[in-house]
Structures are given as C-alpha cells and as structure tokens.
Design a protein around this ligand. Structure first.
Ligand code: GLC
Length: 407
C-alpha cells in the first residue's frame, strides 16, 4: 500500500467529536449502549441540537493556528446520526454541516478527514452483538438476519459513496468495525470500492487488516508500529463535550506527547468536543493555541521529518530531517550540565538550539568503529519553557552504531 506523502508529513491533525450527545453533554453513543440513558431519551437530543453558532471557518482558523495540517470530523458516530443530508437520521436539515466543514478546512490549506462508524446502533437492520454490561442490543436478541444484513450493508455502502462523491475526503477515518469480522463486512471489497472511486483517499486501520495505517488510542505505544500510524488523544478524558470533565492535559503535557509521537514516526490526532451550538470550549481552544505557539518556532524539527533514533541513542524524542543529515533532539527535562547523544558514527558539525544559540559539544571515548558519546552542553538560559529542541548537524547521512559485532 502506498501512503500519500501528505499524511506522514502532516504530524498534527485535529479530531472533532460533534454530535447530538453534546446536547446533554454525555458520552457519544456509548451512553445508551452502556445503559446510562435509554435509546429513546438519547435520541431526544436530536431536538436540542441547534448548531446555532457553528462557524467552521473559525474552527479551521483555530486548527491552523494549532499547527494542524488536517482535521477529522465525526460525520456519523455509532449512534447513526449523520452531519450531512442523507437518508436516515441526520441533523443536517437546514445546513450541510459536514460540507461546510470540508470547504472551510480546505480553504485554510488543511486536508479534510471524515470519521464514519461502520456499525450503526440505531439502524433497524443492524443487530448489535454487544456483550458484558451492555444493556442495549438492537434488535434486542442481538441476532442478525442475513437479508437484513444485506440491506444494512447496502445502506452502509450508499452512505460511503455519497460521502466520497459529494466531499471527496482526503482521509476516511473508520471506527466501529469490531462487531463483525472482515468477511462479514466484506472489507476487501469495500477497500477496493473506496479506492476505485478515489485513488488518493487514505483509509485508517479500523478496517480489520484492510487499512493504510495503525490507530493506537490514548497512549503512545512503547513498541512502535512498523508502518505509518496515528495516535488519537483526548485533551481531557472525553471525546465529545462533557462539561463535568475538567481533567485537561496541560500544554506542556500535550507538547510532550506530540514530540514523542512524531519522534516515533506517528501523527497526533488531538480531539476537541464542541458544544451542541458548534462552539469549541475555551479550555480546549486555549490548549490548541498553546500547542501551536510552541510548534511555530520549531516547525523545522516537526513537519516533513521522519521517525527519529531508535531507543537507546538519546534520552528523549528525536526526529530526522528528510535528507537524513540533521537530527532534532527534544529535551523535556532540565539537563545537568549536558545531554548525551550515543551511537552516532557521523561527526557532529554543529549543535544549536533551534533558531537560537550555538552550543558547545564534544565527543569523548569510542574506539575505531565504536563511536564515542557526544556531550552537548546546555544550561537553563537555553531552555524553552515547554520543550527545548536542539538541532544537530551531521557530516553526512545519519549512520548508527547499534551492536557490538566482535567477540
Ligand atoms: C473510542 C471511543 C469512541 C471514539 C473513538 C475515537 O473508541 O469509544 O467513541 O469515537 O475512541 O478513536
């Protein structure tokens, strides 16, 4: 599978969970699935969803200010409620909420992603097979009649065809594949269909083996996925707007997750949950702006770089320039006189804080093929309050020393 180059270069995307669940401020879809509210009462939120102050141009400006290069909006979550005019449940009666978003983010130069739940816990032909403490199963017996499954799949495919022909999304962000296997969903056929319609569309991994990249959730993986990946992360602990949840990560914490993610070759898809009227809560908007304020002066170490050094070479995240001759080191902690770079065969020709001062550096130790340690001296005056980035220039393309090869 060839990956569109814009995706690994983009580094930051903004995820938007916006739907009727913001009316009561409860969990998206899961609140009825887990029995916190009846399905009927959940759907009553349809009447309270106004989008009265929805201004996607403002969203797009904020996302661009955050440093994002793409966004992903929940066109349809597991509750089955669509944000575009379509058959079935939709909140887009007066305005095409999804269409306006796609136009606005593109006008700001961002790629437009669309989140779509395969499963639909409201559709009469979709039987949920949820187990455990799930008190909602539709139809209640959880049995899937084959003819109804065919009808559901036809509907699923019609909605996707509609999304592609109307909006040509750059990225289809699927979710909700877990209640059926790849054969029942006919994922291989679906993938072929999506790509036939739009050869350049990127499809995330929630396709049971038929997607383009892995989607770890809420934590940077320690063992990194070998191919392209994207970490989706909430700012507080909720995907959608939940007013009681004030457990927001600080900008410093977000910068750190972001740096560690891109250092591992991933993208960060950072989530916001707008209110039902379409406004993004200030606690979230502030954090996006704070992240962007750190990203801007460090852009060279971020966009269009590649996965940095494997573990062991540096205590912290690193990225590598596309031509592989410049390393960027992300220093989170206050160093005790110096930081150390290990196992780099190249000569280091210069070190500076990104956009700033040249730093003293020297190599000690090593023998023959075994490179010494590069000590990079820095003191408090060089430190960025959120995360300091060091630019390390090499005498050629990066060459690593990994293992002792002689007995
Ligand atoms: C989790 C949540 C779901 C959300 C998704 C985003 O699966 O349960 O509601 O849409 O994460 O990745």
């Amino acid at each position: 599978m060839t990956m569109q180059p814009w995706f690994p270069d983009a580094k930051l995307g903004i995820f938007v969970h916006w739907g009727i669940y913001a009316v009561n401020g409860i969990a998206e879809s899961w609140s009825f699935f887990n029995g916190q509210i009846s399905h009927d009462d959940y759907l009553k939120q349809l009447d309270g969803f106004t989008a009265a102050r929805y201004d996607p141009v403002q969203w797009a400006e904020l996302f661009a200010e955050a440093g994002a290069r793409y966004a992903v909006l929940t066109a349809k979550h597991h509750d089955g409620v669509a944000l575009w005019p379509t058959e079935g449940l939709t909140v887009a009666r007066e305005r095409d909420l999804l269409g306006e978003y796609v136009r606005a983010v593109r006008a700001k130069g961002l790629k437009a992603g669309v989140y779509f739940s395969h499963l639909d816990w409201t559709h009469p032909d979709y039987a949920s097979i949820g187990t455990g403490d799930n008190r909602f199963a539709h139809p209640p017996e959880g049995q899937q009649d084959p003819a109804r499954w065919e009808r559901f799949l036809a509907f699923h495919r019609r909605q996707l065809a509609e999304l592609q022909t109307r909006y040509a999304p750059d990225l289809l962000w699927f979710d909700g594949d877990w209640e059926r296997d790849a054969e029942t969903w006919r994922m291989a056929e679906l993938r072929a269909e999506l790509l036939a319609r739009q050869p350049s569309v990127i499809v995330n991994g929630r396709m049971q083996g038929h997607g383009d990249y892995a989607t770890p959730e809420q934590g940077v993986p320690i063992e990194l996925p070998p191919g392209p990946w994207e970490l989706c992360l909430t700012i507080n602990d909720s995907w959608g707007w939940q007013p009681q949840d004030d457990n927001h990560k600080s900008v410093r914490q977000l910068v750190r997750v972001f740096a560690e993610t891109i250092g591992g070759g991933g993208n960060l898809l950072l989530d916001v949950g707008p209110r039902e009227d379409g406004t993004i809560p200030p606690e979230q908007a502030e954090r996006l702006r704070g992240l962007g304020a750190w990203i801007r002066p460090h852009a060279e170490a971020i966009y269009a770089t590649t996965r940095g050094l494997p573990p062991g070479h540096f205590n912290g995240a690193t990225t590598l320039s596309a031509d592989r001759t410049t390393l960027y080191l992300f220093v989170f902690d206050r160093p005790n006189e110096f930081v150390v770079l290990r196992g780099v065969r190249n000569r280091v020709t210069g070190v500076r804080t990104l956009g700033g001062t040249a730093l003293r550096h020297e190599r000690f130790g090593g023998l023959g093929e075994v490179p010494g340690w590069e000590y990079i001296h820095l003191s408090d005056e060089h430190l960025d309050p959120l995360c300091t980035v060091l630019e390390v220039t090499l005498d050629g393309e990066l060459e690593l020393y990994r293992a002792h090869t002689r007995d």
